[in-house]
Design a protein. Structure first.
Lengths: 368, 680
């Protein structure tokens, strides 16, 4: 919006020429990050009190004596504020004519909607287990993945036609394939997998949000390179005109994420809930696809992938089929806790792991 | 009241359906009435109905094969179709005034044909259904909706027929009355020596293999009492469909279990017949019956005031036999023994322990006062005259009291409702409210009287093909503390049949999967008894390929340490010491703790002290707890050197327990309020 206003004013009067600054991605990115961060800091405290009054007082009343040793009864759904701040910052700082922006924004909203209705269902039934059914969640996520894949294959795709169906892998300059038959199923599976992976990772204070911020920052770097004619040529990346706009979106995400961490840091005052974790999953999935880094995400988001895979292997292969556990516990962070690591230690170690994975992903820019 | 002149009866498969049909038919007609019975060839009705002087015609039909699609469904549909077409002809040509169906699959074609003809306006007859069981069968549910009125035997069943149900009870044949003992004695085709207590065991018209086999097994225990007992055994008729002949099965088991001499001695107090057409004569000489829990049999037994041992068939729809048996037992008229299903050489069979049956018979036979009290209780239980209700309702066709208003609220069955397997698991796992999430009410608990039934049902689950059911069974046995099923639990642990190769590829091991073996260990800990077999099982479990079984075995040893003999301890110590270096730290930790409970100064102490610098603090902590147990047991040896050595334990840890002090303050406040309130 500011981008648009700036253009109008600049065109009209010479005195407004400094508004050219607003054309710079860097300025808008910093603005988006700061405004998202501040917005979360302002909105979250009253929202937490609102959640406390609406949702958790009842439980506390029935509880009688709560345990001194766990955090049961902490307000969830904090992710809604984060998503709200992200969207507000995008509306203000992005070029709203960009198809890239709208693809990412609609993914985030769709997944946040699924998560929010799951949170509300859990809250209604007063139980952590009786939310939306797993099949229904998957169906709704699959529906988005299919729509998204269809968008990419349609004439309205934001990607340039020659790159619309290309699949790149790290360390290789050329596209691995450009067949729709390969690309569309990959996109579909990728969106569903990543969409859920953050949800599974979100089990300890700060565990989901910091690695997400690392991953989004890295994807922002890729968006900047591929949207820039000079750098993309120099680094042998395909040029995707206009994808640089995603730098602003990623910056807004990081700002909102840091704002959320302010409250979510151990011991958490608020959890993101499915509203947050599914939204982050949808965000990461669509940005990765739009900057052609689906395969790189296996490294960049390696933590999320391992969390999702361990959880599914333990549950579907081990417990349901073989009648035994294959790990002590799943997903990964519970396994680590089971071997005697404190929550804080597990979280910080996994932050370190995700940081290293992000750095390794950035290194692939030159190693091609 | 006028008698009907043309009555069509149908129902069958078993005598439990045929007898009510005949009783109702007789009550509605007189000597000039023309009857026709429609049934299935080779089943109970083919045997019973001609003897009553009633003409019978046959149609095809077969039992509802269950909800799962299968080949049996094709046969079922074909038979139903063919049977219905044939029944159309029979009903149309007989032109009955009324039609009475008593359920069982044999009645389905006729009832469907009647419904079709009525819909077409070709049949002016009224159609009635009688449902004997508490839980109506699938076909009766369908047919009942099409009938003018459905008479039910239990108030609960009215809920299934809200439009046209009437509570009537179970119609007994008029002839069922306790006859004169001496006359009956003379009428029997065998001699009952005077002065004996007579036990009459039978499993209905088809016989019950459970009762037959248990009774044969019981004869050995009863043999020393052959001068004061006499056993009459109705083995059951051979069915027409190629099922094994129950009489032959009984003879084979007699020959297999007993020597020539024993069999000769048994013959002096035991007689068996396939079926008693004049069951009244047998009842007349009887002091105690051993029966199944069918509504018909129990109604007869109750009406005659006979004390009963009831062996209900379990795992039937709605557990109706169990419910019937519990109702009679709650009234004081019956002792209930529960069978269980076992997997014997790949065949699922129902089993009742013969010794248990014999002991129950003897205990009752030795207590004549109790027998007469039970008889009186039964007499009081079965007083309603169902036939009278049915006759009046049909003659006037008056609406039953209360209808068309909503049916009366469902009565709580005598003895309360039964738990499903999963509900039972939930209830037992949350016996104490502390195990529940905050704010969730503690579930109701099963009654102590039903424990034998639940144990039998849990044991039955162990014979199932899918491992989830077996796992549930072993969990339930543990929670029910069903110590008497210990051999079955140990058999699970000893069963080392490998899992299919594709499961082993992913980490599977045996047919009795890891969870089953782990939960078998937990169950053994709950049983709280140590036998040589348990010691063997524990030693074997310490070397199990699945880590949770090894860890659970260690915990079971800790739980049972008081019951272990010296020899048992010595055997287990070596296994536990080896596990201190298990790759899975959960196992190593459990082993360290167990070692402190069974070991001593020369084996456990050095092994536990060697954990002082173990990589995982959880194992070091368990080592310290093990040493603590040694000290408490006074088996730690020199305490000065132990204290010195314990200083060598690395106490740094990667975990700690947070305490949210505001929650502690809140908890103290709430507890103080509670304490004040209860003081006031």
């Amino acid at each position: 919006m500011i981008h648009l206003i700036g253009h109008l004013l600049e065109g009209g009067y010479r005195a407004w020429s400094f508004l050219r600054l607003l054309d710079y991605l860097s300025v808008r990115a910093i603005g988006a990050a700061l405004s998202a961060f501040i917005l979360v800091l302002i909105v979250m405290p009253p929202f937490m009190w609102y959640l406390h009054r609406r949702g958790l007082v009842d439980q506390m009343r029935e509880t009688g004596v709560p345990s001194s040793f766990d955090k049961a009864g902490t307000p969830a759904m904090g992710g809604a504020v984060m998503v709200g701040a992200l969207l507000a910052a995008c509306l203000v700082w992005c070029d709203l004519a960009s198809g890239y922006v709208w693809a990412v924004v609609s993914a985030t909203l769709w997944f946040a909607g699924i998560g929010l209705s799951d949170d509300v269902a859990k809250w209604r039934s007063r139980s952590g287990n009786r939310g939306m059914s797993e099949a229904r969640k998957l169906l709704l996520q699959g529906a988005f993945a299919a729509l998204f894949a269809a968008l990419l294959a349609s004439p309205w795709t934001p990607l340039p036609a020659r790159e619309a169906s290309t699949l790149y892998v790290p360390f290789v300059k050329q596209a691995l394939s450009s067949s729709w038959w390969i690309y569309l199923p990959v996109v579909f599976g990728f969106v569903v997998l990543v969409g859920n992976a953050v949800n599974i990772t979100d089990g300890l204070d700060g565990l989901a949000i910091v690695p997400s911020a690392f991953a989004v920052s890295t994807l922002g770097i890729f968006a900047w390179i591929m949207g820039n004619a000079i750098w993309s040529k120099y680094l042998f990346f395909p040029l995707l005109p206009g994808v640089g706009e995603l730098v602003v979106v990623c910056a807004a995400f990081v700002g909102a994420a840091v704002g959320f961490l302010w409250f979510n840091a151990y011991p958490a005052q608020v959890f993101m809930g499915d509203a947050g974790s599914l939204a982050i999953g949808g965000f990461l999935a669509t940005v990765s696809v739009l900057v052609k880094q689906e395969a790189l995400f296996l490294i960049l988001g390696g933590l999320f992938i391992v969390e999702a895979v361990t959880s599914q292997v333990q549950d579907k292969i081990g417990i349901k089929w073989l009648g035994r556990r294959l790990f002590y516990r799943a997903p990964l962070h519970h396994q680590l806790q089971h071997t005697g690591l404190a929550e804080t230690k597990v979280v910080i170690r996994l932050w370190i792991v995700s940081l290293i994975l992000a750095l390794a992903s950035i290194a692939t820019v030159k190693l091609r | 009241m006028k008698a009907f002149s043309r009555i069509l009866l149908t129902g069958g498969g078993t005598a439990g359906h045929v007898n009510p049909a005949l009783a109702i038919g007789r009550a509605l007609g007189d000597e000039r009435t023309a009857y026709l019975y429609v049934g299935v060839r080779g089943r109970a009705e083919a045997e019973v109905v001609p003897r009553e002087g009633i003409p019978i015609q046959f149609v095809r039909a077969s039992a509802y094969p269950g909800a799962r699609p299968s080949l049996a469904w094709l046969g079922f549909l074909f038979n139903l179709l063919a049977g219905t077409i044939r029944a159309l002809v029979i009903v149309r040509s007989f032109t009955p005034e009324i039609i009475v169906g008593t359920g069982g699959y044999a009645s389905a074609p006729t009832m469907l044909a009647a419904a079709i003809l009525r819909r077409m306006g070709l049949l002016p007859a009224k159609v009635y259904v009688h449902e004997q069981n508490a839980a109506p069968g699938k076909l009766n549910l369908l047919v009942g909706r099409l009938a003018d009125r459905v008479f039910v035997s239990f108030p609960d069943t009215l809920a299934a027929f809200p439009e046209n149900g009437t509570m009537a009870g179970y119609p007994l044949r008029r002839r069922i009355q306790k006859g004169d003992r001496d006359a009956a004695r003379a009428a029997l085709d065998f001699r009952v020596p005077p002065g004996r207590q007579v036990v009459f065991a039978f499993g209905g018209s088809q016989g019950a293999r459970t009762i037959n086999r248990a009774l044969v097994d019981a004869l050995g225990v009863l043999l020393p009492h052959k001068d004061r007992l006499f056993i009459i055994h109705g083995t059951g008729m051979r069915r027409g469909d190629g099922a094994p002949d129950p009489g032959a099965d009984v003879q084979a088991r007699l020959a297999q279990r007993y020597t020539e001499d024993q069999r000769r001695a048994i013959e002096s107090f035991y007689v068996s017949r396939p079926f008693f057409h004049d069951i009244e004569t047998a009842y007349a000489v009887t002091d105690l019956v051993v029966v199944r829990g069918g509504a018909g049999t129990l109604s007869e037994v109750a009406a005659l005031g006979l004390p009963a041992i009831v062996v209900p068939k379990i795992n039937l729809p709605g557990e109706h036999q169990v419910m019937n048996a519990r109702a009679l037992a709650a009234a004081g008229g019956a002792a209930v023994l529960y069978e269980e299903t076992r997997n014997e050489d790949g065949q699922v069979v129902e089993v009742l322990d013969g010794a248990l049956l014999a002991d129950t018979i003897l205990a009752l036979a030795e207590d004549p006062d109790r027998l007469s009290r039970m008889g009186a209780a039964n007499k009081a239980f079965g007083t309603a005259d169902a036939l009278e209700v049915i006759r009046r309702s049909i003659a006037g066709d008056e609406p039953s009291p209360g209808l068309p208003f909503p049916p009366p609220p469902q009565a709580e069955p005598a003895g309360g409702r039964l738990f499903s397997d999963n509900a039972l698991l939930y209830a037992l796992e949350h016996r104490r409210a502390a195990s529940l999430p905050a704010g969730v009410a503690r579930p109701g608990q099963p009654r102590a009287e039903d424990r034998p039934y639940y144990i039998s049902r849990a044991a039955s689950l162990l014979a199932r093909r899918n491992w989830e059911a077996r796992n549930l069974g072993v969990k339930l046995l543990g929670l029910l503390e069903g110590k008497e099923k210990l051999p079955l639990v140990i058999a699970l642990l000893e069963d080392r049949r490998p899992a299919p190769w594709f499961k082993r590829l992913f980490g599977g091991d045996f047919e009795q999967v890891g969870f089953i073996r782990r939960n078998a260990m937990t169950a053994i800990a709950r049983f709280g008894a140590v036998t040589p077999e348990v010691e063997d099982a524990l030693a074997a479990a310490l070397a199990d390929p699945y880590y949770e079984v090894r860890a659970e075995a260690c915990r079971t040893i800790t739980a049972l340490d008081r019951h272990l003999g010296d020899e048992g301890r010595a055997r287990l110590i070596a296994g536990l010491t080896a596990l201190l270096h298990d790759r899975w730290l959960e196992v190593a930790a459990a082993a360290a703790e167990a070692l402190g409970h069974v070991g001593g100064e020369f084996d456990a102490r050095p092994a536990l002290l060697a954990l002082a610098e173990h990589k995982y603090w959880l194992v070091r902590a368990a080592g310290l707890r093990g040493l603590h147990a040694l000290v408490e047991r006074g088996r730690a040896g020199n305490l000065d050197t132990l204290e010195q050595a314990a200083r060598g334990f690395a106490l740094t840890a990667t975990d700690f327990q947070p305490e949210f002090t505001i929650r502690t303050s809140y908890g103290r406040l709430i507890r103080a309020i509670g304490a004040r309130r209860s003081a006031a």
